[in-house]
Design a protein. Structure first.
Length: 228
């Protein structure tokens, strides 16, 4: 098994409904933050890894994203006729990603601090972990409401509970996707299976993180970038 993943999955298929009118005629990953599309901020982090494969899934207004990503050498996994959610989308992209664990990265957040992907790479231990999620303490998040997604023990194992927000970056093994019967499903199903086995872990992000899921998140993210 590959100890350090060499493939990245970018989640870019969603409808972006929380963005309201901003996504009426363009997909959310192409909304600009600080003069650049959101997905280009994500690609900056991917570039530091220099992975062998980078794949993005497409569904909503896919032609626009294809025109933006194909010239950059990104492989594209179109989800048609229906959107497959994170788990189904990742499973559908596996022929492009190749074997072994993969990074997955949401494209609707701005990170301020060390590259979360390289931090994950340095902490990843496939002998103990089936997934390693980059999580952010609530006090270091911007534009996010709620009490958190996970709580961690002293060894970094996580379970559902308050305190940590999943930031949208992880390394995970993909073998368990094959046994899930649904066509469209969330990765939460696989995480819960891993958690029951004691193999779901978190890395704690040392910087700040901004959710750009709503229109007001754009100004918050631009303020975060300006503070760097």
């Amino acid at each position: 098994m590959t100890r350090h993943p060499d493939a990245v999955m970018l989640f870019a298929a969603g409808f972006g409904t929380r963005m309201g009118a901003l996504t009426k005629d363009r997909p959310k990953p192409l909304i600009e933050v600080a003069g650049r599309p959101l997905i280009d901020h994500a690609l900056d982090m991917v570039d530091d890894l220099q992975p062998a494969q980078v794949v993005a899934n497409l569904h909503y207004l896919p032609d626009q994203l294809e025109a933006h990503l194909a010239p950059k050498g990104i492989k594209l996994s179109r989800e048609e006729p229906e959107i497959l959610e994170t788990g189904g989308g990742l499973r559908a992209a596996l022929p492009l990603l190749g074997e072994g664990p993969v990074y997955t990265l949401n494209t609707d957040a701005i990170w301020s601090g060390p590259n979360p992907l390289t931090l994950l790479r340095d902490i990843w231990d496939p002998d103990r972990m089936d997934a390693l999620l980059m999580c952010v303490p609530i006090g270091q998040t911007i534009g996010h409401s709620g009490s958190g997604d996970f709580t961690a023990d002293a060894d970094g194992r996580i379970m559902r509970g308050p305190g940590l927000i999943y930031g949208g970056a992880q390394i995970m093994k993909t073998e368990g996707l094959v046994a899930i019967s649904e066509k469209a499903f969330s990765l939460n199903i696989l995480w819960d299976q891993m958690q029951r086995k004691g193999r779901l872990f978190a890395a704690i992000y040392p910087g700040r993180w901004c959710d750009v899921g709503r229109p007001e998140g754009i100004a918050l993210a631009e303020g975060l970038i300006a503070d760097v």
